[in-house]
Design a protein around this ligand. Sequence first.
Ligand SMILES: Nc1ncnc2c1ncn2[C@@H]1O[C@H](COP(=O)(O)OP(=O)(O)OP(=O)(O)O)[C@@H](O)[C@H]1O
Ligand SMILES: [Mg+2]
Length: 277
Amino acid sequence: MLTLEAVSYRYAGARRAALRDVDLELRDGEVLGIVGASEAGKTTLALVASGLAPRAIGGTLRGVVRIDGRDVAAAPMHEMAAQVAIGFQNPATQLSGVTETVFEEVAFGPMNLAVPRNEVIGRTWDALASLRIEPLAERHPARLSGGQQQLVAIAGLLALRPRHLVLDEPTAQLDPAGTDLVAEALSHLSARGASICVTEQKTDLLAGLATRVAVIDAGAIAFSGPADEVLADPRLADLGVAAPSAVRLYRVADAAGLSPVARDRLTAALAEELDVR
Ligand SMILES: Nc1ncnc2c1ncn2[C@@H]1O[C@H](COP(=O)(O)OP(=O)(O)OP(=O)(O)O)[C@@H](O)[C@H]1O
Ligand SMILES: [Mg+2]
């Protein structure tokens, strides 16, 4: 479990805090979604939860970050990194830049954690298979499309078998098929007990994946709760977040004056047809 207690964070030289008084609990085996408008503080939250802020990027943190109840303020970055893996929106920043093949790239993380060689190989094939990118194994990571790089970066994180995983807009570069693969891989990881925090603008991804969702606005948590409730909350739009397609569909059917039975049939049929969650 990863918890933030009354956490505020200010970037070095910034006039105001980018996170204000954030309380958040990321429980074992759950997927917590973080949504919010542009500049709301999603990336900052990911940096603080993973320990990169302030350790690697400076700035000032107030409040307490705990892993399994332990205050990690004094823990150095390498110790945080062993507990919490982080994935960024732009896969180019995530790839090591020192490997010649996708296979080596995905194996790079667990190799550095001194995982035994046979296990590294097993984990690497597993991670590639879970995102259906085994055919890319021999390719050069730098010569892939943005979407392929994003899947490779996520495979590298899966191969770490992290207990806590923080992902900042992991599907930004992916098409719907790639997005579905990531959702499936993440739900497998959480089913094995990992706790996953995903920031996303794509609420469709979270609708099928997240257990709970927190809405961040101007650096503070505006509200949070069970994913179904938060994603259908009319306040989302005011905070710059588009509701999932299924919720929008339901509202359109309602506004068009369909009876509740017809509306439910239509939304169910369309969900089936369009694969809308
Ligand atoms: N390195 C930095 N130095 C100073 N201020 C920063 C820095 N990075 C971000 N900020 C500010 O912190 C606030 C939160 O930014 P953040 O990047 O966390 O938002 P976000 O929700 O991830 O936005 P987006 O949807 O555009 O990715 C913004 O006001 C932003 O201008
Ligand atoms: Mg961001």
